[in-house]
Ligand binder design. Structure first.
Ligand code: ARG
Ligand code: ZN
Length: 870
């Protein structure tokens, strides 16, 4: 059933307190729930999923109720009749469930290691016990008692504070723990864990003197991989105090790492549950990107404590209220911990690669969606990443100080409440009364990526007029902050520093005066709005881009200018397109300049990103008709041309970087060291792209193999190995076998072994992938493993975009859907934009095949039917 935002109704009752008693026994878990409720209606409905939990009994104020007359159970609810009105009563339910059979990983389930854990967001609690499972129902979890076998499950955790623990009197093989959370919370923030776990402990003292114990749990053999997460957590706690004055509010902060998890991590109050991929990291097993991700996800879940937990969402349509805001906060945290410019480039790359595509296809939705069948389908790039861009625009329009004031007011005004995106906007507006945010609200309801077009005009009287136009999905204008600076055309010097132009109309002209001579505009600096920027006049576009690439003071726009140049060069290489020598000349210049100077300053990461061609998904996003194989080849051709043209400089810089990196013995993870590795790996990628002749292949394989063997950490190992597997050469299998041996016992490293092969661009990659699908280490029960192989496969154009590739994905989706619908519906998304692909009809065939299945999950049904909708 489809649920609509406009149909929101408050509940006619309130659950004030809840007490849980959870008895974990093999294949039979019993959950007793006692609620204190006040109702303004005699009839009341609680959510519960009959396929997963079996209702044993219901008591009202201690009196056993009768099914049929006093209550009724349907597939998704428990309805009670003739309840006392306006006076608190106690309702007690008992259910049984088998978490061992819960393959959906929603509700209470068992991890592959055997520990019990929970994931309640968005609607998992109804798979655990009967309750009003919606975020505006906040109850105090006054007592949570967990009982389990003491030897198998020595660690018993839930939210808040531990109030009591001990062994059971009647059976000393069993023990229990009692937890209490002083903060009222919705069901989605409840969590419990029972397992045999190791722990890393530390502590943090807040600025007002609260001593907080920090504990991160993982399987005992993994505890040495928790150091970086702990450091990141302490940095996040400090940062939120420094930047926003926000402190932690309990004496205990627990994190548990679980191997089987559908998403990244979960911000349960005082008990975060993390996908191991976002918490475990050490130099031998994690890449630089893995480290960056651990830091940002640890930060993200911690920041939710204020933006999400203390102030939560009224209904799930408001998800971006907490997610967009918290992603923005984690981005700012990462920017402050590392390099702001590098971070911005990485985030915009991700936005363009995923969110723009989503917004252009059948799953397009505003950051605050209007309807859903399965809410889990709306934990999207749009809600998260575009949502974060919307928050960033507030900051751009209001200024950092104005934004901080608005956030402060929002949190003070709504502490302890479940609110809406409108409440957020209102707080921002009330704290900044001089600025009109009326039009800004439309960002919450407008899907699609707006296009901003521009044209400039220089007048001899010393004025420059910048004409801006906007196109939106509904034709009405949005409030778009456009950051602009002006550079002198003759000298390249900046003559007007960055200012924010508030574009609010369909067409608007902005005038700059008192200029000494003609200027070149640098528009949308730091990517000040999630839009596509297009010149109205394309005459000398490439020369303007080359000028900006050389002179812009804005690091982001310098990078962007080169990306635009690459894009146009790659598009010239598409089948049926002609080569343009002038674009090549500009690219050559920009590439040469970046390469020549890449060791002169410490912005190694920026240089690395400037030298990197736009991804196939970013490029595809700019095409009306996508020929993925042609695109892949065009991009490879440009890469090879650059590699051939600059081979000697690439080699020279590569060696210089090798030299620089070898000067420090131990592996470091500061921005400079990461930048050095990133840059060197980009150069390697160019060098290894030359493989037209057997001699070239030998040479490339030699480079890749040397790089792999000399690697001192996972980043370089992976760079070497992924170059190697795409080259036809004799070392290939040996290196893969060696890497496999290294991965034994470490699930995350094993995932990399699957991924590196799934991404390899070779004529036989699909066969390899299909073989790996049958590998004894492959399992559909672990979402990370499935994404490592199948998710990577769908990003490999050569393997995926062929009839057998589509067929294979269809087969896999059917198999996965029977176990884990959240996973299958996510894996299906590469089929959605079929209308844009030259091979679209074949992609569509798979969607139709899925739709024809009688037992498709709601999640996958929603995605597939949207994909096929006219
Ligand atoms: N709130 C989590 C986060 O930090 C995401 C959990 C989503 N889980 C799900 N099954 N939809 O982003
Ligand atoms: Zn989140």
């Amino acid at each position: 059933i489809e649920v609509f935002r406009k149909d929101y109704q408050p509940l006619p009752y309130k659950v004030d307190t809840i007490e849980l008693d959870i008895q974990l026994e093999p294949r039979k878990t019993t959950i007793t729930t006692q609620m204190t409720i006040t109702s303004s209606s005699q009839t009341m409905t609680l959510d519960g999923d009959r396929d997963v939990i079996q209702l044993q009994q219901v008591e009202l104020n201690g009196v056993l109720l009768k099914e049929g007359t006093d209550y009724q159970v349907t597939a998704s609810a428990l309805t009670l009749f003739q309840l006392p009105l306006h006076t608190p009563f106690q309702l007690t339910t008992r259910v049984t469930t088998i978490p061992e059979d819960n393959t959906e990983l929603s509700g209470l389930y068992q991890d592959s290691s055997g520990m019990y854990c929970t994931q309640m967001e968005a609607m998992g609690f109804r798979r655990f016990t009967y309750m009003a499972d919606r975020p505006d129902q906040m109850a105090t979890f006054a007592r949570v008692r967990i009982e389990a076998d003491a030897h198998q499950y020595p660690i018993l955790l839930s939210n808040g504070n531990l109030v009591e623990q001990g062994s059971c009197e009647n059976n000393t093989n069993r023990h229990y723990a009692i937890w209490q959370d002083p903060f009222p919370k919705p069901t989605y923030l409840f969590a419990m864990v029972a397992g045999n776990l190791g722990v890393l402990q530390d502590s943090y003292t807040t600025k007002s003197g609260r001593h907080v114990d920090l504990q991160i749990f993982a399987e005992p053999h993994q505890t040495h991989l928790l150091q970086y997460a702990m450091q990141s957590l302490k940095r996040a706690m400090q940062w939120d105090e420094d930047r926003y004055g926000l402190e932690y509010d309990l004496d205990l902060y627990n994190i548990v790492a679980v191997d089987s998890f559908n998403m990244g991590a979960m911000e349960n109050k005082g008990l975060n549950v993390f996908n191991t991929a976002y918490v475990l990291a050490d130099p031998a097993t994690a890449t630089d990107t893995d480290f960056e991700r651990v830091e940002s996800v640890i930060g993200h879940e911690y920041f939710h404590n204020w933006t999400g937990n203390r102030v939560t969402c009224r209904d799930w349509f408001q998800l971006t209220l907490k997610e967009g805001l918290t992603v923005f906060r984690d981005q700012e945290f990462s920017a402050d911990m590392n390099s702001a410019a590098v971070n911005r480039i990485e985030n915009v790359r991700a936005l363009r690669g995923r969110q723009f595509a989503e917004d252009a296809g059948p799953m397009a939705h505003p950051i605050r969606p209007e309807s859903y069948i399965s809410m889990d389908n709306f934990y999207t790039a749009t809600v998260y990443s575009k949502g974060a861009e919307v928050i960033r625009m507030y900051q751009t329009i209001l200024g950092v100080e104005g934004f901080n004031q608005g956030l402060k007011l929002y949190l003070e005004r709504h502490d302890g409440q479940a609110v809406t995106c409108d409440d957020f906007l209102q707080a921002m507006a009330d704290a900044n009364q001089d600025i009109d945010l009326t039009l800004f609200r439309r960002w919450y309801s407008t899907p699609g990526t707006p296009v901003v077009k521009y044209r400039g005009e220089w007048n001899e009287n010393g004025t420059y007029q910048l004409h801006l136009e906007q196109e939106t999905s509904d034709g009405d204008p949005l409030h778009i902050p456009v950051s602009v600076g002006l550079l002198d055309h003759a000298t390249g010097k900046e003559v007007v520093s960055t200012q924010v132009l508030n574009l609010k109309e369909s067409q608007q002209t902005f005038t700059f005066s008192d200029l000494a001579g003609p200027v070149v505009p640098s528009i949308l600096r730091t990517f000040s709005a999630p839009v596509k920027l297009v010149p109205l006049e394309k005459d000398n576009e490439s020369s303007v881009l080359a000028f900006l690439a050389a002179h812009d003071t804005d690091g982001f726009n310098r990078w962007e200018a080169v990306q635009r140049l690459y894009t146009s060069l790659i598009f010239h290489h598409l089948p049926s397109k002609e080569e343009s020598s002038s674009t090549w000349n500009y690219v050559e210049q920009a590439f040469a300049r970046t390469l020549d100077t890449c060791l002169d300053n410490s912005d190694y990461s920026i240089s690395a990103y400037v030298l990197t061609l736009p991804s196939e998904s970013t490029l595809a996003e700019e095409m009306d008709v996508i020929d993925p194989i042609g695109l892949h080849q065009a991009r490879s051709t440009v890469k090879q041309q650059l590699a051939r043209r600059f081979q000697s400089v690439l080699m020279e810089k590569y060696s210089a970087l090798t030299e620089l990196l070898s000067q420090t013995k131990e592996l470091k993870f500061d921005a400079t060291s990461i930048g050095l590795r990133r840059l060197r790996n980009v150069l390697l990628d160019y060098l290894c792209s030359l493989k037209d002749t057997p001699e070239e292949c030998d040479q490339a394989a030699q480079w890749a193999m040397n790089h792999y063997q000399a690697a001192t950490g996972m980043t370089d190992q992976m760079a070497g190995l992924s170059a190697l597997v795409s080259i036809d050469n004799p070392f290939r299998q040996d290196a893969l076998d060696q890497f496999y041996q290294q991965a034994v016992g470490n699930s995350l490293v094993l995932n990399k072994w699957f991924t590196v092969q799934a991404l390899a661009s070779t004529p036989t990659s699909l066969e390899t992938i299909q073989k790996l699908y049958q590998h004894p280490d492959f399992t559909l029960k672990n979402p990370n493993r499935v994404r490592a192989l199948v998710g990577a496969f769908t990003m490999n154009a050569v393997a995926f975009h062929q009839p057998a590739g589509y067929q294979f994905l269809g087969d896999v989706l059917l198999e996965v859907d029977a176990l884990n619908p959240q996973l299958s519906s996510r894996l299906a998304s590469p089929l959605l934009p079929w209308r844009k692909y030259v091979s679209g009809p074949l992609m569509k065939e798979q969607l139709e095949r899925l739709l024809a299945q009688p037992k498709l999950s709601d999640d996958l049904y929603e995605i597939v039917s949207r994909g096929l909708k006219e």
